[in-house]
Design a protein around this ligand. Structure first.
Ligand code: TXA
Ligand code: MG
Length: 361
């Protein structure tokens, strides 16, 4: 398959396109329109969102859903999020509730996905055979315009090959998806860099957090009581059924082993030094880099941002994991993040990358 790369103008790329006030240039709008035609014809288009790039197809078409699973190499029991251009559009595809609208009022458009009971208008294939459906209204103007012009909701998982980190730049998408999709919209770097927060609305009007993201449990608590699903921070137990199918698959895993270190810098460096292996790497805080290099000059460093700057860390994590993956490191070390605020999202992605290998120092 020939993949068309659709480059948007620098103005759109660098502009604050994450808000309802942003207007696309007529040229960019025309490009998005031709991509919407591909979606309407049942084809696949990768598009940027404020979280990560999505691999999109018509959510109302079982054939398009099958093509998405195939392009991504994803098991078809792992359901797709349907992306809508405004919160009310969910009405046609899901049984919305008063709590859904309170969440929408607070966080949509934005990086929040809500699990609702599905209507028959969403094919079973799109929802991986579940009776529920995941709904998300992105804030990225390019994503919303693509949905609007397609005239259908867009089913989109992250646009990576199954098992590799989600793509946050067009280059990542090209590496994984060239020849597997009809078009890739290059919209520059995704703003946040980790996938959306996912919550399930329970019948008693409480929320279960299935995947942490930019919207934190503390923010959600202002709307309704929240329980964090065990699998967000722990391994699924033997035989346990995942409440979100995605929880049971290994994720974000580079081919080198990733090990999380829980202890101060001095203890981390002692540990790394003691292992004595060649070609090791450390995803460190930017403010530590100089001191580390003085002590362990042969260690490859991937500075991820200042210790307290969780936004930069979220923005860079997947990009760093991808880069480190090309270097054949014998081991990639990283600090174990705190589980607070956005730290919970970093923690959740890193324990998966590390297949839950945590060393308490
Ligand atoms: O930020 C995001 O959410 C990105 C962008 C493209 O919007 N999308 C994304 O999709 O991360 P994906 O498919 O890579 O992750 C969605 C997760 C999967 O783990 C899936 O199992 C879960 O959501 N999911 C989807 N539908 C579900 C449902 N009905 N019930 C429970 N979990 C569901
Ligand atoms: Mg994904």
């Amino acid at each position: 398959m020939i993949t068309e790369i659709v480059k948007l103008s620098e103005a759109t790329e660098s502009a604050e396109r994450y808000g309802t006030a942003f207007t696309l240039s007529p040229e960019d709008d025309a490009k998005i329109k031709s991509c919407a035609e591909i979606i309407k014809r049942g084809g696949l288009v990768v598009f940027p969102t404020e979280t990560v790039y999505g691999l999109g197809g018509d959510a109302t078409s079982p054939t398009a859903a099958s093509k998405i699973y195939e392009a991504k190499g994803r098991p078809s029991d792992n359901p797709l999020i349907i992306h809508v251009s405004c919160p009310e559009e969910a009405e046609k595809y899901a049984y919305t509730t008063e709590l859904y609208y309170r969440l929408a009022e607070a966080f949509m458009p934005g990086p929040l996905t809500v699990i609702l009971d599905a209507k028959d208008s969403v094919p079973s294939k799109t929802r991986g055979g579940l009776s529920t459906v995941a709904v998300r209204c992105p804030t990225d103007a390019v994503a919303r315009r693509l949905i609007e012009l397609s005239g259908v909701p867009i089913a989109a998982p992250s646009a990576n090959l199954s098992g590799s980190p989600s793509p946050t730049r067009a280059k990542h998408v090209i590496d994984d998806m060239l020849g597997r999709v009809d078009a890739i919209i290059d919209g520059g770097e995704c703003e946040f860099g980790l996938e959306s927060t996912i919550v399930k609305i329970n019948s008693d009007d409480t929320l279960t957090l299935l995947r942490p993201g930019k919207i934190t449990p503390t923010e959600l608590e202002k709307i309704a009581p929240v329980t964090v699903a065990d699998a967000v921070v722990d391994k699924l137990k033997e035989g346990e059924v995942a409440i979100s199918p995605g929880m049971k698959y290994r994720h974000y895993a580079p081919s080198s082993p990733v090990v999380l270190l829980d202890g101060n810098l001095d203890k981390c460096l002692n540990y790394i030094e003691k292992t004595g292996q060649n070609n090791q790497a450390f995803i460190c805080y930017t403010d530590e880099a100089e001191a580390i290099l003085k002590r362990l000059p042969s260690l490859t460093l991937y500075p991820i941002g200042a210790r307290e700057d969780l936004f930069t860390q979220a923005h860079l994590l997947f990009s760093i994991l991808r880069e480190a993956d090309t270097k054949n490191h014998s081991c990639i070390y990283a600090h174990l993040p705190k589980r607070e605020g956005i730290g919970l999202a970093l923690y959740n992605r890193l324990i998966r990358a590390a297949a839950h290998t945590i060393i308490n120092l």
